[in-house]
Design a protein. Structure first.
Length: 298
């Protein structure tokens, strides 16, 4: 039996794909310098304050060498954090974009063997050749497997890590959350979108998710946040577990906001559902910023 821990449980490391595709960031800078600087800042914060190792995967060996040089200049690469435990490591893994949460492995634990299992979901660039981003996505389809190989070979050979290819479900890591106790949170807009798994019913998708993530309950929110055309409504843009039985939900009090009905519908679902342990769900609302531009809807 497989089981996926919650995100707040201890991690051995955080995996990052270093930016290289300027189109991902709507940038005219072919080197994505601003995005790369912020990714380094995030890695530094995770290492120094999150007390967690960070492994940054670059698209080419030249980019990896350049990153190592930058980190050494900034005093971070392969150096210890404030508690003397964590490092920033650099490796190579080719990719089409930089969203490791979506294309990288989903790590679960095998209760029987105690092995760390990296789930390698099928991936179609968020919608296939007509609706997907950065199609074709041949490199992104190999990211999870290549990362697992690199980690097993270079950083965690003693962890007995294995890869499990999931060929029967197109899925991105940002499309679901787990509370670590058997409850999965997702959206109908994304996982039931015909550009993902048109051959599967809702029940069939649920069955695969439960089996691979060790869950017994899937809570389906109707939609993700408005205008999320890239991911078709990933749940990580609208809601997440704070702890078992509690969910943080994006919110607005402005009834004229295009997201008001979306957030309200999500709240209604959460308040009427019980989690896998039979608990009523407590909802914490976090207000989203006002839009920077106005969009007329017809």
């Amino acid at each position: 039996m497989l089981v996926m821990p919650a995100e707040w449980q201890p991690h051995e490391a955080c995996l990052i794909l270093y930016p290289h595709n300027a189109g991902v960031f709507r940038s005219e800078n072919s080197k994505c310098d601003l995005a790369r600087a912020e990714f380094r800042n995030v890695a530094r914060a995770i290492c120094n304050y999150g007390k967690e190792n960070v492994c940054i995967f670059c698209n080419t060996q030249d980019e990896a060498d350049e990153l190592r040089s930058l980190l050494q200049q900034e005093g971070d690469e392969n150096t210890q954090s404030k508690d003397g435990a964590c490092r920033i490591l650099v490796d190579v893994c080719k990719s089409d974009d930089s969203w490791c949460r979506d294309t990288g492995p989903t790590f679960v634990l095998s209760k029987q063997s105690k092995q760390l299992v990296g789930l390698d979901w099928d991936f179609n660039a968020y919608g296939g050749p007509e609706e997907g981003c950065y199609w074709p996505c041949d490199l992104d389809r190999e990211v999870a497997g290549n990362m697992i190989s690199a980690l097993s070979r270079n950083y965690a050979p003693a962890m007995d890590m294995i890869r499990l290819k999931v060929d029967d479900l197109v899925l991105e890591g940002g499309s679901f959350h787990t509370d670590g106790e058997g409850t999965i949170l997702t959206t109908e807009e994304c996982l039931l979108n015909p550009n993902r798994n048109p051959h599967l019913s809702r029940k069939q998708i649920e069955t695969i998710i439960k089996e691979k993530l060790g869950a017994s309950k899937v809570i389906w929110l109707p939609h993700g946040i408005a205008f999320d055309e890239d991911t078709n409504g990933h749940v990580d843009n609208i809601a997440t577990f704070a702890r078992p039985g509690e969910v943080v939900l994006s919110w607005t009090d402005d009834v004229d906001d295009v997201n008001y009905k979306i957030f309200k519908a999500a709240e209604d679902v959460l308040l009427e559902q019980l989690d896998a342990k039979g608990r009523k769900i407590k909802v914490h609302k976090i207000h989203v910023p006002d839009p920077l531009v106005s969009i007329a809807l017809t």
